[in-house]
Design a protein. Structure first.
Lengths: 133, 73
């Protein structure tokens, strides 16, 4: 079989262009995961040691509302992920409040944590409740 | 080096500045005002590592986190 003759510099350019496109595709493909990891890393930096241990073992962590002292459980997620706990630590009512932007789960959870720990009434003023799933 | 962390579509964007550099501090203060003016909440961490919402720019804060206004979902 006769292969067509391709000049070296033309071949090099072609290979370089293919490599660029392959890198661009890989970056595009991995972007959502990188974003998720950044959000998760930031959340982990801001959790207390107890919350971090809880999150690592259960995929949720608990916070105490700064005004009422009520306990809330924040599950990993983007919304409908906050539950108010009763005195026995059982989830009773769900509360949904989220940042007004499309953020990754870690960021959403961190914003919810800070809101409940520093301005519980403000968070509850905008939150909608939902029945436990 | 102080850091302003802004939550966004990419997870977050970090702006580092030298608190001893007057120009950099001014720029960071402008960013703080622009973000809080746009509805972002600014939070720092206390010595006990507990979050504290702040409404004034603190150039000595090691880390200031900004997240968008909260709304009912």
């Amino acid at each position: 079989m006769n292969l067509p003759h391709i000049p070296d510099d033309q071949l090099r350019r072609f290979v370089a262009a293919c490599a660029r496109r392959a890198r661009a595709f890989r970056d595009w493909y991995q972007l959502p995961r990188k974003r998720e990891l950044r959000g998760r890393d930031l959340l982990r930096e801001w959790l207390s040691p107890e919350q971090l241990a809880q999150y690592d073992s259960h995929n949720y962590f608990e916070v105490t509302g700064c005004h009422t002292g009520k306990r809330y459980r924040i599950h990993h997620g983007f919304g409908t992920n906050v539950y108010e706990l009763d005195d026995g630590g059982v989830p009773r009512v769900g509360w949904c409040f989220v940042p007004d932007d499309h953020l990754v789960a870690g960021d959403v959870m961190l914003a919810q944590k800070i809101a409940l720990e520093t301005d519980e009434r403000g968070a509850m003023a905008v939150a909608n409740n939902f029945t436990r799933r | 080096m102080a850091t302003q962390i802004v939550m966004d579509h990419n997870g977050d964007t970090r702006h580092n500045f030298d608190a001893r550099d007057a120009k950099a501090v001014l720029k960071a203060e402008r960013r703080f005002r622009a973000l809080t003016g746009a509805g972002f909440t600014a939070a720092i961490r206390t010595a006990n590592r507990e979050p504290l919402v702040t409404r004034t720019f603190d150039p000595t804060a090691e880390e200031t986190l900004f997240f968008p206004r909260l709304v009912g979902g």
